[in-house]
Design a binder for this molecule. Structure first.
Ligand SMILES: Nc1ncnc2c1ncn2[C@@H]1O[C@H](COP(=O)(O)OP(=O)(O)OP(=O)(O)O)[C@@H](O)[C@H]1O
Ligand SMILES: [Mg+2]
Length: 334
């Protein structure tokens, strides 16, 4: 188009942004996809969008994550539960920046974890996330004292000695670990090691603290102490915490518990933890394609398999077993 043929025609085919013609197929589709990506999880600290992770072992594919959607807001303390092999650690490793998704996107604090360079990934692991694993030996260096362990990540970030030492003592005190500051891990109990590990994970002031079964090897009393250290970190430092646990005592103490099943978020339980009664409401997660998973403990007693019958009502949807006898029209569907 010549510059002389101006004005009107150009305006007529140009979007307000002035670049992509609104009806130009691929361009419009790309813009639409970008918009939907931006709006999903806008403002959330963690946003997993249709996350897929496929492991390939000897030519056999294992789909550890199968299009998982998850949003976590800043400041939340969330528990994650699920059967063995459901994909919990796979998700934690991706969020920790140790593994990459096969497909889908995941952002944490604005960092697109699938698109980071090696260098950015390292920086991300140093300053944006902290992690605590089940095995104490994986969390702490055996030849360093508690204080030295906590100081180490700060040293890698380049903090000065005074700052490191002061912050290490502060964090150890917050975790109730001041008495172990000069001990090496072998001279601490399992619970003390895990509380030191939490202090170490908090050293560089991460936005997100990940803990993968941090109490898995502890007795229930010690586990409670470690869990209260995580709550302390959440309440006092405002760090967002995601903790994988098999411990129902732990999930009973958090407002939000997400259940993972077959590589997807299946249900969420929201609890009124401050209400004294601890009332809990279970929700099924409706993903962006409209899929939901019904918990097996609800479907099995009703013989629900393969397909269920749906009955839309004005304020809810009834779900019925697919048997000739199953009613609902006039029945009580509560
Ligand atoms: N490195 C790997 N290579 C191949 N397959 C893997 C790998 N890691 C995990 N898997 C497989 O992916 C699936 C999910 O594993 P994942 O470790 O995430 O489960 P999990 O929910 O953490 O289980 P658990 O409660 O036992 O820790 C499993 O089928 C597992 O065998
Ligand atoms: Mg695991």
């Amino acid at each position: 188009m010549s510059p002389a043929r101006s004005g009107k025609e150009q305006v007529a085919v140009t979007t307000p942004a002035g670049d992509v013609p609104a009806a130009s197929g691929v361009g419009a589709l790309a813009a639409e996809m970008k918009r939907s990506r931006v709006s999903f999880g806008d403002g959330a600290l963690v946003a997993c969008d249709r996350l897929v992770r496929i492991y390939s072992v000897d030519g056999v594919e294992v789909q550890a994550l199968q299009g998982l959607d998850l949003l976590i807001q800043e400041g939340e303390l969330t528990a994650m539960v699920g059967a063995s092999g459901s994909g919990k650690s796979t998700l934690m490793n991706i969020l920790a920046g140790l593994d990459r998704p096969t497909a889908g996107t995941v952002t944490v604090d604005g960092h697109d974890l699938g698109a980071m360079s090696r260098r950015e990934r390292l920086e991300y692991r140093r300053s944006v996330v902290g992690f605590v694993w089940q095995q104490a030996a994986r969390n702490l260096l055996p030849y360093l004292t508690a204080r030295q362990n906590v100081m180490l990540p700060m040293r890698l970030r380049g903090a000065g000695r005074r700052e490191r030492s002061a912050r290490a003592d502060e964090l150890l005190a917050l975790m109730g670990m001041a008495h172990c500051a000069d001990r090496v891990p072998a001279r601490m109990s399992g619970g003390e090691q895990q509380r030191t590990a939490i202090a170490t994970a908090l050293a560089n002031g991460p936005r997100l603290l990940l803990a993968d079964e941090p109490t898995g090897e502890l007795d229930s009393q010690t586990a409670a102490e470690v869990f209260s250290a995580l709550r302390m970190a959440n309440a006092e430092l405002g760090v967002t915490v995601l903790v994988v646990t098999h411990d129902t005592a732990v999930s009973a103490q958090v407002k939000r518990t997400i259940a993972i099943a077959d590589g997807r978020t299946a249900t969420e339980t929201l609890r009124d933890v401050h209400g004294g009664g601890g009332s809990a409401v279970e929700y099924a997660v409706l993903d962006r394609a409209g899929r939901l998973q019904l918990p097996r403990d609800m479907t099995e007693p009703l013989g629900m398999r393969d397909r269920v019958r749906l009955e839309p009502r004005t304020d809810h949807i009834g779900v019925w077993p697919d048997t000739p006898a199953s009613g609902g029209e006039a029945g009580d569907d509560r």
